[in-house]
Each structure stands twice: as C-alpha cells, then as structure tokens.
Design a protein around this ligand. Structure first.
Ligand code: ADP
Ligand code: TRP
Length: 322
C-alpha cells in the first residue's frame, strides 16, 4: 500500500485557500493509501516564539483538520513533537547535507526577506523536513508548489546517505499539486495570510458576511454586463455552487442588471451552508478537548512504532549503537 505523508504548519486559522489547496486533497488521499499526517510544531518554532500561542495554533489545526474530515481511523494523525526521534534523525542527516544545498533554498531567502530573523533552525528547516519524510518510509509526499525544492533537498539527502551507508532510505516521490487551482482572496490576488486577504473557514456568521461583502470589485454600474472571468466573487462561487447555480450567476454577470452586492450575498450564503456540517463537528470537538488529545496520542503511538524501526536501521548504519 502506498504511504502518503504530509505536514501541516500551525500558522493560523484555516482559510479557504488552505482548505481547497491542501487539506481537502489530503483528506481525499486518506481513502487511497496509508496516510501519515502531522502537525509540524517543531517547524513552527522557527517563527512562533510564544508557547501559549503555539499550543493554541496546534490545537486549532488539529480541530480544523478533524472537523473537515481528516479521519483518524484512516490516517495516522499526530503532532510532530510527539515523536522526538525526528530531531535525532535530522542531526544525523545534517552530516550528509552539504551547506551549499541549504544555501540555495528559496524558502530560506524568502523568509529572511520577509523579516523572519535568521537562525540555525530556519536554515536547517529542510533537513528537519527530510527527517519527517524519511523517518516514516514515505512513498509519496503531497505538497503545494512552494515545497517543491524542499522535496528535492530531501531526495538529495537520502541519496547521499544511501551512497555512504548502504540503502537505508526509500526515495520519496513528490506529488506537487499543480492541478489544484490557486484560490483568490478578497483583493483578487492569491489568498494568503501574508497578503491579509483571507476568508477563514470557521468565522462567526457576521464576520464571514462582512469579509465576503468586502471583496474588492470594479466600478461597473449595476445595469451593465460584468466579466465573470475577472471576478473574485465568481471564482470563489465556483468552489461551492452546483453547476446550475453557477450557470445562473454567470448569466446574471453577462446580462447585467445585478450588482456585485447581490452576488456577494449569494456567495456568502453558499459558503455558510457548505461548511455547516464541518462547523457542527468543530463545535463538538471544541467541547471535548480530551477526545482530540486521545486522537493525537493514538496517532503518536502508531507513528512512534514506525519511527523506531527506521531509527534502529539508521543508528546501526552510522555506528551510534554498540
Ligand atoms: P498562507 O499563504 O496563507 O501563509 P500557507 O503557505 O501556510 O498559507 O499554506 C499551506 C498550504 O495551503 C500551501 O502549501 C498550499 O498548498 C495551500 N494554499 C495556501 N493558499 C492557497 C491558495 N490561495 N490557493 C491554493 N492553495 C493554497
Ligand atoms: N514545510 C511544510 C509547509 O510549510 C510543512 C512540512 C513540514 C511538511 N514537514 C513536512 C510537508 C514533511 C510535507 C512533508 O507547508
């Protein structure tokens, strides 16, 4: 059976871009193979300094993912730091990681340019990510385009290790989600926390309405025809509406006579209704924190078993066992 592994960085409340771009594809894959999904809290330490905030964000990702359909009876769902062996593996892998490989990292340079303080951990981020992937003998790693280079680094590290110590690691295959559309935000750019243009999935009703009503539009008068292809409203509506609903909105755009405000109201209604079952499930999970803790503890137990097997091989290979 194919083993899928991916990590979710706990960086803030889940938005529609994260849901369609990362979470939903991962949830679909849990039906197709053996899924290992974890919350990358060690990685989050590179940017989050407040322990209470980190704990809160980790819990938030756990609850959001479970509410959206991540099924712990299918996927092994755990917190990265519950398997500390990953940091031991990262150290061992560091020894076969040329500095140049990390110096070429786009994401490191990008993070520095966004004002994230440079640190050894930020620089070594891809090595920890390689350890995540190799520790669990992953076959396929589904990620967004931004993570492509990290997967190339992982493969380079695994090849180097295997050359030196014999074949210990399977070479993971990237699964870059090129086919997943880029979800547009309130201002028509890519939806992203860094652009402040996100629509979070689990906003209260009024806050969600306010956000949707604030989508930026042009000044085409109500009576005039409008171009659906240029509208963030239409592009978001497409994600939720049935084909009939979509065709009807497209007609109204092209014919004119309907203002952007009316389209936004329809968009709000369909987002609100679509996430109703997830909202319900989320409220139940929030009311029972012990249940979420047990899910993560069970996941950690399973993950640890696999990790121990890999680490026994790795330790023997490099000579840190008697
Ligand atoms: P943000 O850009 O808000 O900081 P992240 O980089 O934390 O979001 O996103 C995590 C994953 O969610 C990304 O690797 C990507 O696959 C997906 N994702 C984020 N925003 C979008 C978007 N606008 N469209 C499609 N996928 C997205
Ligand atoms: N770096 C990934 C991100 O920012 C998260 C991540 C950490 C990850 N470890 C991983 C993804 C291992 C896939 C595999 O989204």
């Amino acid at each position: 059976m194919v083993r899928y592994l991916t990590g979710f960085q706990p960086t803030g409340a889940l938005h529609i871009g994260n849901y369609f771009g990362a979470l939903r594809p991962a949830i679909e894959l849990q039906e197709k193979g053996e899924a290992f999904y974890f919350i990358a809290d060690y990685h989050a330490l590179t940017t989050i300094r407040d322990p209470a905030v980190l704990r809160e964000l980790v819990r938030g990702v756990a609850i959001d993912s479970l509410a959206c359909g991540l099924d712990p009876s299918k996927a092994c769902f755990f917190r990265q730091s519950d398997v500390p062996a990953v940091t031991e593996l990262a150290w061992i892998l560091s020894n076969v990681t040329p500095m140049g490989l990390l110096e070429r990292s786009h994401s490191y340079k990008d993070k520095l340019s966004h004002g994230i303080p440079s640190s050894h951990a930020l620089f070594a981020y891809p090595v920890l990510m390689a350890a995540d992937i190799l520790l669990y003998d992953s076959d396929v790693v589904p990620v967004g385009k931004d993570q492509k280079q990290h997967l190339e680094i992982t493969r380079d590290i695994a090849i180097k290790f295997n050359e030196l110590y014999g074949k210990v690691f399977k070479l993971p295959e990237p699964n870059i989600r090129e086919d997943v559309a880029t979800i547009l935000g309130l201002d028509g750019q890519k939806m992203s926390k860094s652009y402040g243009n996100t629509i979070e999935l689990f906003l209260p009703e009024n806050a969600l309405r306010k956000k949707v009503m604030s989508i930026v539009t042009d000044s085409t008068p109500v009576q005039a025809p409008k171009d659906p292809a240029k509208s963030a409203i239409f592009s978001l509506y497409r994600l939720f509406a049935t084909p009939d609903m979509l065709a009807s909105m497209e007609r109204d755009f092209l014919l004119g006579g309907v203002g952007y405000g009316a389209f936004k109201k329809k968009l709000f209604a369909v987002i609100w209704d679509s996430f109703a079952p997830m909202r319900q499930r989320r409220a139940e999970l929030e009311a029972d924190p012990g249940h979420v803790d047990r899910i993560l503890a069970d996941g950690a137990l399973r993950a640890r078993t696999t990790a121990q097997q890999t680490m026994a091989k790795v330790r023997r290979a490099v000579g840190v066992t008697p």
